[in-house]
Design a protein around this ligand. Structure first.
Ligand SMILES: [Zn+2]
Ligand SMILES: [Zn+2]
Length: 253
């Protein structure tokens, strides 16, 4: 399985403003910078977009992406997410005002987008990958994903503070190789992090103890203004198997 956290700045830097993971070049989790990829052919190869939640950093370029990859015909991109999230997108973004209603415009052989609601715990297969959506603990309803290709499995908990279900599932999963887990705030803002469902280095250290199996922990979602502070605090903890994500790097599992 090939996984890339798409860069959200040009030139590419470690700063992560937006969230979008590309898996095997054909499926995305979230659409932060997806529609800003300068290589349009890469955008066109993405046929399925799983959405974790509706926060702006996770859906920012979704409307632009759908516009970029549209080609007249029956084939179109599939958006998958919680039913309430799909409804919110239609009412508030694809509403004919903020952006054209691509859902209403998808009639017969002219398809812009189709949507598939997800249920927590109910797996589905796309492009040879099994996706299992799992509830995490954020300020709004949010789904993380376990993605398994039969040989390797990677978890994307998305934005979350301390949570439990996903770790119980990962502990029993057939395999788990890596987890892209967030740390958004430094320890000085631990109260804020807890109040809005994010991690600081201290809560991250406790959280990874919930998984009894050894995995590669790849830290994502450091808010750019705190990125150096978070990195220093994580380094001081000296945790095994923990590394900082490199946007634009292709990880192979
Ligand atoms: Zn969020
Ligand atoms: Zn976020």
């Amino acid at each position: 399985m090939r996984v890339e956290l798409l860069p959200s700045s040009i030139p590419v830097s470690a700063a992560q403003f937006l969230v979008s993971f590309l898996i095997n070049e054909c499926v995305a989790i979230d659409a932060g910078p997806l529609g800003l990829l300068s290589d349009l052919d890469r955008q066109r190869r993405v046929r399925h977009v799983f959405l974790t939640h509706e926060h702006e950093d996770h859906i920012a370029s979704l409307p632009i992406f759908l516009d970029n990859v549209y080609e007249p015909g029956p084939e179109c991109v599939e958006i998958l997410g919680d039913a309430k999230l799909l409804d919110l997108l239609r009412r508030n973004i694809f509403n004919g005002r903020v952006w054209p209603d691509f859902f209403d415009l998808s009639i017969g052989d002219n398809c812009f987008v189709r949507s598939t609601p997800l249920e927590p715990g109910v797996s589905l297969v796309r492009e040879g990958l099994t996706f299992t959506p799992l509830r995490v603990t954020h300020s709004i309803d949010t789904l993380g994903f376990l993605v398994d290709d039969g040989k390797a499995a990677v978890a994307f908990p998305s934005d979350t503070g301390p949570t439990t279900t996903i770790w119980k599932v990962l502990d029993k999963a057939p395999r788990i190789d890596a987890v892209f887990l967030e740390v958004s705030f430094p320890n000085a803002l631990a109260d804020l992090a807890q109040a809005i469902g994010h991690h600081c280095p201290a809560s991250f250290a406790t959280e990874i103890g919930q998984l009894s199996r050894p995995v590669r922990w790849i830290v994502v979602h450091r808010k750019p203004r705190f990125a150096d502070e978070i990195a220093a605090e994580l380094a001081a903890l000296n945790l095994p198997n923990v590394e900082l994500v490199e946007p634009g790097r292709v990880y192979e599992f």
